[in-house]
Design a protein around this ligand. Structure first.
Ligand code: TYC
Length: 116
């Protein structure tokens, strides 16, 4: 990633003698970029039980049961599906938590993150 430019000081002209008429020029460019976003994507396999996937979507991605079931069925039919979109660190933590829960339960469930 290229080095970020140092923050620019505001362009401020001090007020006149009488304290009136200060001029503040607005910056042409915004100083902070919105954070990059990543989607957490779950992949289909033939062995992980549907109920386990629905449970993971409810507990780790705060989906209600109907939405979790819809997402699970989309993955089941299309091979992959988006569980949620997060900043980089949050997405990485979600992936790790899914994989940890799946391995503990003995399921081969796969989960990845990719730039949104
Ligand atoms: N295909 C699995 C089954 O038939 C269910 C499943 C859905 C597995 C989504 C993984 O990410 C997944 N039991």
């Amino acid at each position: 990633m290229p080095a970020e430019k140092p923050p620019q000081p505001p362009v401020v002209q001090p007020p006149n003698e009488d304290g009136q008429g200060a001029v503040v020029a607005e910056r042409k460019t915004a100083r902070v970029k919105p954070p990059a976003l990543y989607q957490v994507v779950m992949l289909n396999d033939d062995y992980t039980p549907m109920e386990f996937v629905v449970m993971v979507l409810q507990e780790l991605f705060q989906r209600d049961e109907a939405t979790a079931t819809q997402i699970m069925l989309k993955i089941h039919h299309e091979g992959r599906g988006v569980c949620g979109v997060y900043t980089k660190d949050v997405a990485a933590t979600k992936v790790e938590m899914v994989l940890t829960a799946a391995r503990r339960a003995g399921h081969p469930l796969q989960c990845i993150m990719e730039a949104a």
